[in-house]
Design a protein. Structure first.
Lengths: 81, 220
């Protein structure tokens, strides 16, 4: 089946996660073979997903873990589960 | 893409139920200090979810500590039908929303007002080519700041999903359970969030892609 760009955009996220059914995936792949715009949209979206997943983007405040465990230690002394 | 999925699967099984269940059993049997080991892999997810809800570092840290204590005190109530991280994130979300109410924030109202039925423009940024930005580019603090601003600028219901699915790499089922929504809603929100991020970021990220070599051996 021939599908248009807007149809492809609806499935970009599911396509990246490998959650598109085989037949639709093949239709999208055929579209991507000839559509520079959708290929760039897919590549850029995938690139964004990879970059935001990097641990360097969001870092915990300095000393966060130490303060958390110190407070837990105080709590563990006070109460049992 | 397969690589992406594989990475996610690896992270989510890192806290498998076997060893986790054993640690919980030992804590409840009288080894409370093991709770440190149980909560440690969840710290980052707890903090980031709370920062997403509260948008304030000090409040997020304080509520993260309250969450950990509450999880410890209520550990007997954990039934083991989800990962411990999912359960503790449910506590974090409730504690975070409770803190918002205490702070008298109106943000929760705006959160409730946003539903998946709302219509929005989820058209991506239209490009004719894309040069990949490698992860090494994150050595430049400017790039991290641009990514953080884009994520923090998402509507909260989308930000929470992106945070758990793409940043903390939880699967759809666990994300749905932690946020108290359906798996279908997770997929819809993730799709919209990624489209909004692509639209916000694609025009800016080109500057961080490696330069192409020109025909004359220099840099284009």
């Amino acid at each position: 089946m021939r599908i248009d760009c807007k149809h492809v955009w609806q499935y970009i996220s599911a396509y990246i996660d490998g959650e598109v059914e085989t037949e639709l995936r093949a239709d999208i792949d055929r579209h991507l073979d000839t559509c520079e715009i959708c290929s760039a949209v897919l590549d850029s979206t995938r690139n964004v997903v990879v970059l935001v997943a990097d641990d360097r983007v969001f870092e915990l405040p300095a000393g966060f873990s130490q303060r958390l465990h110190e407070r837990l230690d105080r709590e563990l002394e006070l109460a049992g589960p | 893409m397969e690589e992406l999925r594989g990475h996610r699967a690896e992270k989510s099984t890192a806290q498998g139920s076997g060893p986790e269940a054993e640690i919980i059993r030992r804590i409840l049997a009288g080894e409370p200090r093991l709770f440190h080991d149980l909560i440690r892999p969840c710290e980052r997810s707890i903090y980031l979810l709370l920062f997403s809800i509260l948008k304030n570092e000090a409040e997020a840290e304080d509520v993260a500590q309250e969450t950990a204590i509450k999880a410890y005190v209520n550990l007997r109530n954990f039934r083991g039908d989800s990962q411990f991280r999912t359960w503790v994130l449910t506590i974090a979300r409730n504690e975070g929303l409770g803190r918002l109410r205490k702070l008298g924030s109106r943000r929760e109202d705006s959160l409730d007002a946003e539903t998946d039925q709302q219509t929005g423009d989820y058209t991506p940024a239209i490009l004719t080519s894309w040069r990949e930005v490698p992860a090494e580019a994150l050595e430049r603090q400017e790039l991290g700041a641009i990514l953080r601003r884009a994520i923090e600028g998402l509507p909260e219901i989308y930000r929470n999903v992106v945070l758990l699915r793409d940043i903390e790499e939880m699967d759809g089922r666990e994300t749905a359970a932690a946020l108290g929504i359906s798996e279908g809603a997770v997929k819809v929100r993730l799709h919209r969030a990624r489209a909004l991020l692509q639209r916000a970021l694609a025009p800016q990220l080109g500057a961080f892609a490696p330069k192409r070599k020109s025909w004359f051996g220099g840099r284009a």
